[in-house]
Design a protein around this ligand. Sequence first.
Ligand code: G1P
Length: 309
Amino acid sequence: MTSQNTKRIIRKAVFPVAGLGTRFLPATKVMPKEMLPINDRPLIQHVVDEAREAGIEEFIFVTGRHKNMLEEHFDYQPELKSTLQKRGKDDMIAKVEYSEMPAGRLFTTRQPRPLGLGHAIWCAKKLVGDEPFAVLLPDVLINNQGKAGCLKQMVDIYNETGGNVIAVEDVPREETFKYGIVDVESEKGDCMTIKGLVEKPAPEDAPSTLSAIGRYILQPEVFEHLAAFEKGAGGEIQLTDAMAKLIGRQPFNATRFAGKSYDSGSRLGFIQANLAYATQDDEIGEAVKLLIQNMAKKLNKGEINVAAE
Ligand code: G1P
């Protein structure tokens, strides 16, 4: 294992986007789940925006079959822009331009078979190279009401601690089997030192109820462990298992980030996220709040058809 400066700047982020999105079928039969919209932009753009805000310069998508639309989304659309210009829709032009990725920033690699999150990250090894990097799972959105995003908060911690930093939040003990769970050594403010990590432990075996929520800053040595292709929970190559092997060799910290997470890969979480982002929208926010209040009144009265006017 190479020992080197573990505080180098984080320039690259990996987005594992090869997943099938079975929880949203038939909506995701043709359309990638990452293109489902939360308010005015697709899921993938929310996480790319979070990464951009944190200073990320290179965006690496680990894609699969039928995922070309993700690249298209970040491309230039000159015809669309000239049509909007002719119609005087400057606000829309600004939104479209914000979704454009400058030349030389977006890279893709493929995960040919669904062998697990660890395998997906390993597929980005060559593009990441020998430098620390971030990983963002696009299913999870973190809303901090316009304040510093989750990855930005993590980068600020990383600039102090170096090494590896993951974002965690409390989950009910009966749900630990769905997540990577951390074993905490010590805690100072919102930052804790980690002495262990377990993927999807049964509630009775979980070392805590703090779960990894899908935001990671990792040192490149993690690839050495991923390359072993060891199968873990669910018979998959797990990122958690490779991360666990870095503990004790490099700094490994976790943070309780500020903000609310939404599992937008589930139908309920998707609706919650849409409501949260829409209520904060400059254009429609107030109208959406009114709509929710009206619906709640109808529900309280026991009305079945709550479609709000
Ligand atoms: C993955 C990770 C898990 C993490 C979770 C967050 O699991 O393996 O450690 O807690 O994402 O959403 P998955 O949801 O892919 O089963």
